[in-house]
Structure formats: C-alpha cells, structure tokens
Write a protein that binds this ligand. Structure first.
Ligand code: ATP
Ligand code: MG
Ligand code: FE
Length: 348
C-alpha cells in the first residue's frame, strides 16, 4: 500500500492507495488562516503543514483501518508549489520512508491532479486529453502512460490560471475568499448572458490551445468600476454568472477541439476549477455533442489532497519506476514532463 503526502500549498493531505484503489485519506487546510490576507501566505502555510503532517497521516491510516506497518512505499509532492510548504511534506515523507525502510517517490503535483481521476473511474485510457485547471495552472495535455511516458503540452496559459481568474474576480465582486467556490455559488442566482465578457484567444488558429485569463479579470474590474462610478449597486450574481460562463466556454471549447483534432476519445478535466458546476455542465454538453467520453474526478478529489499523490506513487510502483534518493529535494517550479520528479520513468 502506498502512502501519498501533499503539502504544496495550503492543504496538508495524506492518502492510501493499493492497486489503484483508494483505501483512506485525510486533508487539513490552513485556508481559514489565510482568509484575512486574501491569499495564501507561504510562511503560515509552511508552519501549518508542520503541525498537520503527522495527525493527517494518522487520520488517513485510521480512515483505512490500517497501520504504519502496512505502508510499502511513500510518495510525496516534490513540486511545483511553495518552497517552504513542499519542504515540510518532503521532510515528513523522507523520515517515514527511512524509518519504515520503504522506497520513496517524488511526484509532480499536477500528475497527482491527473491521477486523482483513476481513483474514481479506473485506469486512464491511453492516450487521453487532459485539461488541468487549477489555482496555478491551465494546460491542455496529451497523456499516454502517466507513469512511463513524457507528457505532451498542447498549450498553457500565457498569464493567469483559470483558478486565479476566479479568485481575482471574486475580490472585484466583493465575494469572500476562496473566490472560486464563492463565484460558483453566487452565479446560481445570476444571468450568464448579463455581461458580455470577452472570450480570450478564440479567434486565431495558432492560439487554439493557448489560454489567457488576465484580460477577463481586467474586464470584470472595469465592469465593477463602471457601476461604482455611476453609484449603481453591483449585480454580483450576474457578474459571477457571466464571468463563470466566459471561463467555462473558453476552457471547454478548446479542450473538446483538441480531442477532435487529435482523434482522442476521452477528455479528463482535473484540478480545483474542475469543481466548478458550469465547467462540469458545459464540458458534459460539449463532449456529448462531439462523441467524446468525459471524465471528471469527484469534487473531494479535485482540490489538493494526498490520495492523488498516492495514486501516482501506486502507478510508479507498478510501472517499476526507480525510487527517489533520500536526499530528494523540492522543485518549486518543476515543469510537467514526467509524473516522477526524479529521473525514474522506465523508458524515459
Ligand atoms: P496548482 O495545483 O496549480 O498548484 P492549487 O493547488 O492552488 O494550484 P487547486 O487546489 O487544484 O489549485 O485548486 C484551487 C483553485 O480552484 C482555486 O483557484 C479555487 O478558487 C478554484 N476552485 C475551487 N472550487 C472552485 C469552483 N467551484 N469554481 C471555480 N473555481 C474553483
Ligand atoms: Mg488549496
Ligand atoms: Fe493543486
């Protein structure tokens, strides 16, 4: 059984996976401690991980009804993420791997987001199209064997990530932190056609897989400012619904087009923004129309957690990947090339 540890941002997660099956997991979040700053404070996050790491591992074991001695390997997020936060998880993972005398694997956080889906829907088809939409990333990827093959980037965002756009727009709308879920909730009462927000990078073919969200944030700010200057109350629900519609439209349009153009039959949407109700609904609608199978992990596995890291570790173990040395270091800006963050993938 593989223990996965996640500490790249403000969630401390531990998960236990055996042969692709989730046995138990636990997550602690320092989100509330960051709320009054309007964003994650790295030093506070790192300190919270120190306090949460051991209890969260114990809670995951309790959830599974298993003991420390049942752990056969430890996988940990080694990047990308906040350096100090990552170091806490990596130190904990090294300590456990050394004490239990089991192999250690350093995994890429985004590979974790991808692997999260396997815990609910089984092995990923090879190949599959993956849309990663999280707080820090927005990418379209062509994924073959996640544990072995290099990951092909079809396109990324030129500026802000989709989650960042939700978070920043929420501030403009005066919605609470964290912004994504707040926009989603507010949008329920709003009209998605009320504000004609732009659909960035949807006209030129060479940009068909590239994203840009900073212009949307600016458009939302300008819209709010116009109301303020005119002394009119801000129709927050309409703004939220319209912004959410613009983001969901751009994301799903490009992702489905990528599937069609590459003849790929499955789209997997992962990361925190995959929790968004409109992104899910529109992806469903457009995939159905294009004859593409859609896979989206359940909400609890979309945001950061340890189970998704354990899922990658489990894949690496079963692929016979080389374990990490005990002097494994963190890589806060690791590019997503392989699921494993040390030269480990067989055939790589
Ligand atoms: P990364 O994975 O790129 O390092 P991260 O780990 O911070 O970044 P995630 O935990 O995957 O990101 O996702 C967090 C993001 O998801 C935040 O920007 C949050 O606002 C957004 N998010 C969560 N739920 C929703 C929702 N229902 N609608 C829109 N956005 C959401
Ligand atoms: Mg988070
Ligand atoms: Fe994440």
């Amino acid at each position: 059984m593989v223990l996965g540890i996640e500490s790249s941002c403000d969630e401390t997660g531990a998960g236990l996976v055996r042969e692709g099956r989730l046995l138990g997991h636990a997550v602690a979040s320092s989100m509330d401690e960051h709320a009054r700053f309007g964003g994650v404070v790295p030093e506070i996050a790192a300190r919270a991980h120190v306090h949460a790491a051991a209890p969260v591992v114990r809670a995951a074991l309790a959830d599974a009804g298993l003991a420390m001695s049942d752990i056969d390997a430890v996988a940990v997020t080694a990047g990308p993420g906040l350096s100090g936060a990552l170091q806490v998880g990596v130190a904990a993972a090294k300590g456990l791997a050394y004490a239990l005398d089991v192999p250690l694997y350093g995994v890429h956080h985004l590979a974790g987001h991808v692997a999260a889906d396997t815990l609910e829907h089984g092995p990923l088809p090879n190949p599959c199209m993956v849309l990663i939409v999280s707080g820090g990333h927005t990418s379209l990827l062509l994924v073959r064997d996640l544990a072995r093959d290099p990951i092909v980037h079809l396109g990324d965002t030129l500026d802000d990530a989709a989650g960042e756009c939700f978070d920043k727009a929420a501030r403009v709308f005066g919605l609470p932190y964290p912004g994504g879920p707040a926009v989603d909730r507010a949008a329920r009462e709003g009209d998605p056609r009320a504000v004609p927000f732009p659909r960035p990078l949807t006209t030129r073919r060479e940009h068909r897989y590239t994203f840009s969200f900073s212009g949307l944030k600016t458009a939302a700010a300008r819209w709010a400012e116009e109301h303020r200057a005119a002394g009119r109350p801000l129709p927050v629900a309409d703004g939220a619904a319209s912004l959410q519609e613009a983001v969901a439209d751009v994301l799903t349009r490009k992702a489905v087009a990528a599937c069609t153009e590459h003849g790929v039959g499955t789209l997997v949407v992962v990361g925190g923004v995959a929790a968004n109700s409109r992104v899910r609904a529109l992806a469903e609608e457009r995939c159905a129309a294009a004859g593409v199978e859609l896979r989206v992990p359940p909400l609890r596995l979309c945001t950061d957690n340890g189970a998704m890291i354990a899922a990658v570790g489990d894949l690496l173990v079963r692929a016979g990947a080389e374990p990490a040395p005990l002097d494994l270091t963190v890589d806060p800006s690791a590019p997503l090339e392989y699921a494993s963050l040390h030269p480990a993938a067989p055939g790589s």
